[in-house]
Design a binder for this molecule. Structure first.
Ligand code: PLP
Length: 480
């Protein structure tokens, strides 16, 4: 079956001369050879009727969706599209507070009114666990009570007051999934749309060792980054429409808004290759992957001073050392063993494994962990030090009071003050660590003393606060 990549290769070997963009004219650098624009026979992402349409249909068939759309600007543009297509300005939306910043950006620029649901915490690792259907029901009931108090009848109210949708992240960066099936049932009974940011779960549903995708569990729209956990190029992702609750027209309208009008054919061809590979060899590749992971986790059972946590997604390896912080362990693995991990937080390091990891990849990590395990014997960590390291989730759960919504704060005047003086002031910007890109505070919310203290201590531990316009992180923008 000829795919997009083959067509690009055939063109690059042909005698067609390019009197068109891109300016490199496909020569001078091997990377340019396959890089074209919308020329005859190559279809158009924003008006797909030919090979791009076929490739997207192939993706839809593989994932079992109504339609699937190629994204060339990551899950970020899929999340923006999904939220703009599903909601109108002013709509109330349930939002898991541990969402990625792209969800917050969509809330702000679409002018939505979020009702946050805070996930519970796994105390041992200091990570957020999944959102439960019970939490969703409670949030809806609490909102209905509030509406009753305000004298609004339930069921016959204007759309500004009822909850229109929910957005949540599943799996989390650390591989923890939420109760999607039950949440979808709860929401759909009340005619509420469910959008799942499954950016870290494009590999779900291909083998029983991995969770079922939200696509199969009743979500209406699902966004997946192919580039995060599958062999595809950075920036490539998919937006899946899984029910009729959101129309194709609205999705296409906003894809045209949020995606470039010059999408990379190299990106699209590699998404197609990834889909074709899964179609052809998916079960075998995932069986091999599951076996390697099983062996890795089994062998790590012999570690005494380092803990390895297997989450809902076994491809996400959480490593915690009893005697040092996540940052210290991350630095040791990088500088001494040349193992570049995905991220670290208060007390853990996160590694991502995929179907593309070699035996060597597993072995090098395993050898490094056993070597450190021996060195850690006899060392201990002060209890106070350990508590200090439990910073990330407790700070993410600070629940700062919201005075303005982000889109309202945006219209105010700002001043810049040092972070140490921010307690009691209203933030004019988002503050987060990247990764994972989950905001500690959103414009319009008030800094608490604990938040300021926690952010400063994160900086002292070597973490870089992002989202601030002052890249040094010393000052923050606050509303006057
Ligand atoms: C949970 C989550 N959602 C969305 C995104 C955005 O994905 P992308 O980088 O593909 O735009 C990220 C990126 O890290 C993420 O972690």
């Amino acid at each position: 079956m000829e795919g997009m990549l083959k067509k690009l290769q055939t063109l690059s070997e042909s005698d067609f001369y390019p009197y068109h963009m891109p300016g490199h004219k496909r020569c001078g650098n091997p990377y340019f050879a396959l890089d074209i624009t919308e020329i005859d026979g190559f279809d158009n992402l924003h008006h797909a009727t030919g090979m791009i349409k076929k490739a997207q249909e192939r993706a839809a068939k593989l994932y079992g969706t109504l339609d699937s759309y190629f994204l060339v600007n990551g899950s970020t543009c899929g999340i923006l599209t999904a939220m703009f297509a599903s909601f109108q300005k002013g709509d109330k939306v349930l939002v898991a507070r541990n969402c990625h910043k792209s969800v917050y950006h969509a809330l702000e620029i679409r002018g939505l009114r979020p009702i946050y649901i805070y996930p519970e915490t796994d105390e041992e690792y200091d990570i957020s666990v999944g959102i439960t259907a019970k939490q969703v029901v409670e949030a809806i009931e609490q909102h209905n009570e509030y509406r009753k108090e305000k004298g609004l009848s339930i069921g016959v109210c204007n759309y500004y007051d009822s909850i229109k949708g929910m957005v949540l992240t599943s799996p989390t960066y650390e591989g923890i999934t939420s109760d999607i099936k039950e949440i979808a049932e709860v929401l759909h009974k009340r005619d509420i749309i469910l959008i799942v940011d499954e950016a870290h779960g494009a590999h779900f549903g291909f083998h029983e060792a991995f969770p079922e995708s939200a696509i199969k569990q009743g979500a209406d729209l699902v966004i997946q980054s192919l580039h995060k956990t599958l062999p595809s190029m950075t920036q490539t992702a998919l937006l899946h429409r899984c029910s009729e609750r959101v129309s194709v027209d609205r999705i296409q309208k906003y894809l045209a808004v949020f995606q470039t009008s010059s999408p990379s054919y190299i990106f699209m061809a590699h998404m197609d290759e990834c889909v074709k590979m899964l179609e052809k060899k998916g079960p075998k590749l995932f069986q091999g992957f599951a076996d390697k992971l099983d062996d890795f986790y089994k062998s790590c059972e012999g570690l005494k001073h380092i803990k390895i946590r297997r989450t809902s997604d076994p491809g996400k390896i959480l490593i915690k050392a009893e005697v040092c912080s996540g940052r210290e362990l991350y630095d040791i693995l990088r500088t001494r063993f040349h193992l570049q991990m995905e991220m670290c937080a208060g007390n853990y390091v996160l590694g991502i494994m995929t179907i593309c990891d070699s035996e060597e990849g597993y072995k090098r990590l395993q050898d490094a962990l056993f070597c450190l395990d021996d060195e850690f014997a006899g060392m201990s960590l002060d209890k106070n030090e350990d508590d200090k390291r439990k910073t990330l989730v407790s700070l993410l759960n600070e629940r700062p009071d919201q005075y303005f919504r982000a889109y309202e704060a945006e219209t105010r005047e700002f001043e810049r003050i040092t972070l140490s003086k921010a307690a009691g002031r209203m933030s004019g910007e988002y503050l987060y660590l990247y990764p994972p890109g989950i905001p500690f505070i959103v414009p319009g919310e008030i800094f608490t003393k604990e938040l300021v203290k926690g952010l400063k201590s994160l900086q002292k531990m070597g973490y870089e606060l992002q989202g601030t316009t002052d890249l040094s992180g010393k000052t923050v923008k606050v509303v006057i």
